[in-house]
Design a protein around this ligand. Structure first.
Ligand SMILES: Nc1nc2c(ncn2[C@@H]2O[C@H](COP(=O)(O)OP(=O)(O)OP(=O)(O)O)[C@@H](O)[C@H]2O)c(=O)[nH]1
Ligand SMILES: [Mg+2]
Ligand SMILES: [Zn+2]
Length: 726
């Protein structure tokens, strides 16, 4: 996607009104989720239960009959009685054996055929009976379950339970989807805050997003429960609400369980019996298969009749048992129908109430999501208003006044409205903020980064060179900086000119008023939508850090930033600087109202400038070797790339050199507790490393290194992804 498109999209797509677009999602569910409210709602459940019961019951009857049959047969066979025909055959003379066997076989055939037919018929009858019974039983269960529900619904807990019943799960799901969409919108809008949090910072103004996230979690939990546990949860709640020992559903389950158990029981018995029965059969077969021609088919016939008889016996037993059970169930059903008739009014009330509950649930979820949407909308609007009305210089709110009709009058130019902050900073002498800028920038989010550090640490020189580099487009591809003209940009044009052309270092920065910030229009290339913000860099005088107290307005304003450039001067001993850092830490804690042990989640870039002048210091060995020489060499090896790894490597290298430059000053320990590890050393020089040691700028080639890293890092820590993570 071309960048213009991304930018246009990111600006347009998140007008707060769009957040409400997710609402229609919720209007879908009633139609989708409207089930039949009558007994049919449970009937599939009841049918399942009934089928389980009927099948188990039939199995139980069958096993019972078969077991009986096998026991009897085993007894009989072991006693030696039974079909003696083949045995008798053996006693007859050889010639008559074959014809006689044939006659016997023929005689038995009609009986066997009759038996087979009876089995087939009984099977068919049984199938029909099973269907009938299943219908009755399913109906019985459905009525039972509903009667129980009707009764349980008289209590509040029962009504609450139906919120979670399976037929409402689509409501929950759609509610969840709608809420999730809201949370996504909120998360996208607050992505910088989220990243700031991930980077260890504290996100501001996340109230609404947190509320939405909690709602989402609750909805997700309920939805998951209704989908996973379905009616089990509902019945459990019904029972808990009605205070019964067993719910109707439990009773049914118990009944089913007991039949299933007796089936298991019979199966186990059957196994013992089978061993005995098979043995008796085998013995019998051996006895019969005497060496008589034609006896084999007789034995087979006998065995067939044995099996068919068993089957028939079992079928009749099942049929009888089932018929009796069906009759019983019919009676129970009549009774139940009677009960239900007595409860008609209640039942109607129950059905109506359930409809109302469902309607209420839908309305509740709709309300919840609309409320979330409205809160989100209001939050977005509030923030927008605050951004629009806050002066980046004095932080006054609602103090802008239009300026500039006078300017636009002549020349036919397009009028670019200016606004000016009329905030009164002090009464004696009377002073107004007077910060002036174009009104088109009012709506853009502004980040403020002050420069701190003792006088002459190199703040102004650094900022001037940063300004020059950014103006010349020397920044990484993933970002874009655009200068915005202001009084301070004019001033810095002059400073840059002095440094480069007149080869003069900057003048000491004055403390007469809060410095006007150097403003850059910054654009990142966030893949979730590019962001456009104004970066305000305030160049404070070193006096603000060294000698001002917390009562000074300048110091107060200087400590109110989204990140700090704290300059450390390697040419100055540690005492003053350690004190300045301690004072900074203490006053920041006081201004932000942070108790001891708590952290301010603001990043601090510890900028160590004047790298090139370290060679003249006492700690450096003459001739360029030693610690400082090694440091230069290692720096060169690491290089000056803009990625996390090399920024960290340079910071580590600087931390190692710290003990040489400022023996005994535990910088990291001094600030770690307050900033919770959100600091980094940035070795740099706005002049360059060639010709190290030479103070006269006219004899130096200007080749600055490490200028932009601290700025990019502060932006990165504020949630604008500009540094490569690999
Ligand atoms: N050689 C060299 N000189 C530097 C470097 N950084 C700053 N300087 C010089 O150090 C002197 C002080 O720099 P400034 O930028 O004015 O210091 P500052 O921190 O703004 O000082 P105040 O405004 O008084 O707080 C100037 O003469 C700079 O030219 C550097 O990296 N190398
Ligand atoms: Mg300065
Ligand atoms: Zn102002």
């Amino acid at each position: 996607m071309p960048r213009e498109l991304i930018v246009a999209w990111s600006r347009k797509a998140f007008r707060p009104g769009r957040a409400l677009l997710v609402l229609p999602l919720l209007i879908g569910p009633p139609a989708a989720a409207r089930g039949n409210p009558g007994p049919a709602a449970e009937s599939s459940d009841a049918t399942e239960l009934a089928r389980a019961y009927v099948d188990a019951f039939a199995e139980h009857l069958r096993l019972n009959a078969e077991n009986d049959f096998r026991r009897r047969e085993a007894d009989r066979l072991e006693a030696g009685s039974g079909d003696q025909a083949p045995l008798a055959l053996a006693t007859i003379d050889a010639e008559s054996q074959r014809p006689l066997a044939l006659i016997l076989q023929e005689n038995s055939r009609p009986f066997l055929a009759e038996l087979d037919r009876a089995v087939v018929q009984a099977t068919r009858r049984l199938e029909k009976l099973r269907e009938d019974w299943l219908t009755v039983r399913a109906k019985l269960y459905a009525e039972k379950l509903q009667l129980y529900e009707v009764r349980a619904h008289r209590r509040v807990a029962g009504q609450l339970a139906s919120l979670l019943s399976v037929d409402n799960r689509w409501f929950w799901l759609f509610g969840l989807v709608a809420m999730a969409s809201l949370v996504l919108v909120a998360a996208h809008d607050r992505r910088h805050e989220l990243r700031r949090m991930l980077n260890g910072g504290r996100a501001r103004a996340m109230g609404v997003s947190k509320f939405l996230a909690v709602m989402l979690a609750v909805l997700a939990l309920v939805t998951l429960a209704t989908f996973l546990f379905g009616d089990r949860l509902y019945h459990w709640l019904l029972r808990a609400g009605s205070g019964d020992e067993l719910s109707a559903r439990d009773e049914i389950d118990v009944e089913n369980l007991s039949v299933a158990q007796s089936v298991d029981d019979r199966r186990r018995k059957r196994k013992e019996l089978d061993a005995r029965y098979e043995e008796a059969l085998a013995q019998r077969r051996r006895k019969l298969s005497v060496n008589v021609p034609g006896a084999a088919p007789l034995v087979e016939q006998w065995q067939h009749s044995e099996e068919a008889t068993e089957q028939w016996t079992a079928l009749t037993a099942v049929e009888e048992g089932m018929a009796a059970a069906l009759k019983d169930d019919g009676k129970s059903l009549d009774q139940l129908a009677h009960d239900l008739k007595d409860n008609t009014a209640q039942r109607d009330a129950f059905l109506r109430k359930r409809q109302w509950i469902r309607g209420g649930l839908g309305a509740g979820l709709l309300g919840l999501v609309s409320m979330g949407g409205m809160l989100l909308n209001a939050g977005l609007r509030r923030r927008k208003r605050r951004t629009r009305d806050t002066c980046p210089l004095c932080l006054g709110e609602g103090t802008f006044e239009p300026l500039g009709e006078a300017r636009s009058a002549g020349g036919g130019h397009v009028a670019l409205d200016l606004v000016q902050c009329k905030n009164v900073i002090s009464e004696h002498p009377f002073e107004e903020c007077e910060f002036t800028f174009m009104s088109i920038y009012r709506d853009i989010v502004k980040l403020c980064f002050p420069t701190l550090g003792i006088p002459q640490a190199g703040k102004t020189h650094w900022l001037a060179m940063v300004y020059r580099e950014l103006n010349r487009g020397n920044y990484p591809d993933v970002v874009q900086f655009e200068r915005i003209r202001s009084s301070s940009s004019d001033k810095f044009d002059g400073v840059v000119d002095e440094i480069l052309n007149m080869k003069l270092g900057p003048q000491a920065t004055q403390t007469d008023r809060i410095p006007h910030p150097l403003v850059f229009n910054f654009l990142d290339r966030d893949r979730w939508g590019a962001s456009n913000i104004l970066v305000n860099i305030f160049d404070y005088s070193g006096e603000v850090t060294r000698s001002q107290t917390i009562d000074d307005r300048q110091r107060q304003r200087a400590l109110d930033g989204d990140g700090f450039f704290f300059f450390l001067d390697p040419l100055e001993p540690s005492e003053t600087q350690a004190q300045a850092l301690a004072g900074f830490r203490e006053d920041l804690r006081r201004i932000k109202g942070i108790k001891a042990g708590k952290q301010v989640p603001i990043p601090v870039a510890l900028c160590v400038s004047k790298l090139d002048l370290m060679v003249n210091e006492r700690y450096a060995d003459l001739g360029g070797g030693g610690v400082v020489g090694n440091f230069y060499r290692d720096l060169r090896e690491i290089g000056w790339q803009f990625d996390v790894a090399s920024i960290e490597a340079r910071s580590r290298l600087m931390a190692r050199l710290r003990d040489t430059v400022w023996p005994g000053w535990q910088i990291e320990r001094q600030i770690d507790d307050l900033f919770g590890g959100r600091f980094m050393f940035f070795p740099m020089t706005p002049v360059g490393l060639d010709g190290s040691g030479e103070r006269d700028l006219s004899r130096r080639t200007i080749a600055p290194v490490g200028l932009l890293e601290p700025l990019l890092w502060l932006l990165h820590m504020n949630g604008y992804p500009v540094i490569n993570d690999q």
